[in-house]
Design a protein around this ligand. Structure first.
Ligand SMILES: Cc1cc2nc3c(=O)[nH]c(=O)nc-3n(C[C@H](O)[C@H](O)[C@H](O)COP(=O)(O)OP(=O)(O)OC[C@H]3O[C@@H](n4cnc5c(N)ncnc54)[C@H](O)[C@@H]3O)c2cc1C
Length: 431
């Protein structure tokens, strides 16, 4: 893909990072007739797109642009308005469909390609960018950036696919009149996202809001929860507590997946930004309501019906709830229901304990899986230092930032890609 690039020529626009934001930035800049060069550290573009949504790519959310921005923090919400209103979820879908990749909306509101193949989305974005005339240099790790005579000089290390394993490569410099930094955050560092852009932003006088892994699974050492690995529940109400016994600091109703290390899935991951990576005593805890659509009173009525209708059946073997059998078994065990107890014989106080555990399982947390498994990095380039109408730095003319490197992070559901696409396109439009 890399044409033979002359290191001494001056590009109109250089984009650093070929992820979601960089692909949009480089496409829009080139479509405006700007001679655009995209520098990407990896040997291929859009590595995170490829692994996103369990390799299905949750492109965006089926909602209005306002509903997208409403899911971000108040500061990010204000900041993202112009960008997301200029490139709405529907416009993202239209662009991808125009490349022949049809999309579908799932019951959760998440938008995926009909093919369930993230690679189709990545290829669609790449095709349009190539048609626009963007030049791409793969295997190009930007090492440092400095400004010189009204342009930016990127000093890079070039590695070819065959030499990617080697630590050294050829050093080369690229010069551009405008620079768009879309180098992402520092989660999943194995994908090339090692937080390089934060140091460059600092060099240009920007401040970085404290960085933290977000949308990462939670760790617990509670054995019975870990033994439930593989069990998932579509909709649980989760309340996060700073330590046992206090008032909740946040809550979520979303899907949950038990794993061999703790809790994953959208609900726990959405709460993870508030949990320390390593949690020492007094530890935070999460309270799980496994049956969020039923109050304790309705549960008690349901149990009474089962006593009458299913009295001869063993409680642990016959659940009146829409939950996996393994989970029901574990809840019975935790509540002291003896294996042979039949519904007709279930003591009142044991039933009370069972209802209590269904509605309020409290699990102590030992931390999170950190950056290694975080879908995004919270924190980043301070938003007040960036013009939200252009994505240009308020400190350095001609310097733009877009995507995850900014201090914006949203919940699971396609919100993060949408923010990256929209801010990338806006930067490309003004660079
Ligand atoms: C496992 C996983 C699943 C996800 N699933 C979803 C999902 O389904 N939906 C959703 O909305 N979001 C999802 N996300 C989040 C989403 O991937 C990010 O929000 C999005 O990729 C951010 O886009 P970006 O362009 O800012 O950064 P990135 O996509 O991370 O791109 C940054 C690029 O910059 C390159 N780079 C970094 N440093 C340098 C350098 N020094 N020189 C040259 N290039 C450099 C990197 O190699 C990378 O290609 C997921 C994230 C992960 C990790």
């Amino acid at each position: 893909m890399a044409a033979s690039l002359k290191a001494h020529e001056c590009w109109d626009v250089i984009v650093i990072g070929g992820g979601a934001a960089g692909l949009f930035a480089a496409t829009v800049a080139a479509e405006r007739g700007r001679r655009t060069l995209l520098l990407e550290k990896n040997q291929q573009l859009g590595v995170k797109i490829l692994m996103s949504g369990g390799t299905r790519c949750n492109i965006t959310h089926d909602c209005t642009w306002r509903e997208i921005v409403d899911r971000f923090s108040p500061a990010a919400r204000q900041f993202l308005k112009t960008a997301v209103a200029s490139l709405t979820p529907q416009q993202v879908i239209d662009r991808i469909e125009a490349e022949g990749v049809l999309t579908k909306v799932e019951s959760t509101g998440k938008v995926f390609p009909v093919s369930n193949r993230a690679i189709d989305v990545r290829d669609a974005l790449q095709r349009r960018m190539q048609r626009a005339g963007t030049q791409v240099q793969l295997g190009c790790a930007v090492q440092s950036i400095h400004s010189a005579s009204q342009s930016f000089v990127c000093r890079c290390l070039l590695t070819t696919a065959s030499r990617a394993e080697e630590s050294s490569g050829d050093e080369v410099e690229f010069r551009g009149r405008k620079l768009i930094i879309t180098s992402g955050g520092q989660s999943y560092p194995g994908c090339g996202t090692t937080g390089d852009g934060y140091a460059w932003a600092t060099t240009f006088g920007h401040t970085i809001q404290p960085l933290k892994p977000a949308l990462t699974p939670l760790i617990t050492e509670t054995p019975w929860v870990r033994e439930l690995r593989g069990v998932s529940v579509e909709s649980c109400r989760l309340r996060l507590y700073k330590s046992m016994g206090q008032r909740p600091i946040s809550e979520q109703t979303a899907a949950l997946l038990c794993t061999h290390f703790g809790l994953s899935g959208p609900g726990p991951m959405n709460l993870s930004r508030l949990v320390p990576t390593v949690a020492t005593a007094p530890r935070p805890s999460i309270e799980i309501d496994w049956s969020s659509d039923m109050s304790p009173e309705i549960l008690a009525e349901r149990f009474a019906e089962w006593r009458r209708a299913e009295g001869k059946r063993q409680v642990a073997r016959a659940t009146p709830l829409d939950v996996p059998n393994r989970l029901w078994n574990a809840l019975c065990l935790q509540s002291g229901v003896a294996p042979e107890t039949r519904w007709a014989e279930l003591p009142k106080n044991t039933q009370q304990r069972l209802i209590q555990n269904i509605k309020r399982t409290r699990v102590e947390l030992h931390g999170t899986m950190g950056y290694r498994k975080a879908e995004v990095t919270a924190g980043g380039v301070t938003l007040s230092e960036i013009d939200p109408h252009t994505m240009e730095s308020r400190l350095v003319s001609g310097l733009f930032f877009a995507g995850e490197i900014l201090d914006v992070d949203g919940p699971i559901g396609g919100y993060n890609f949408q923010a990256a696409f929209s801010t990338g396109a806006l930067a490309g439009n003004h660079a």
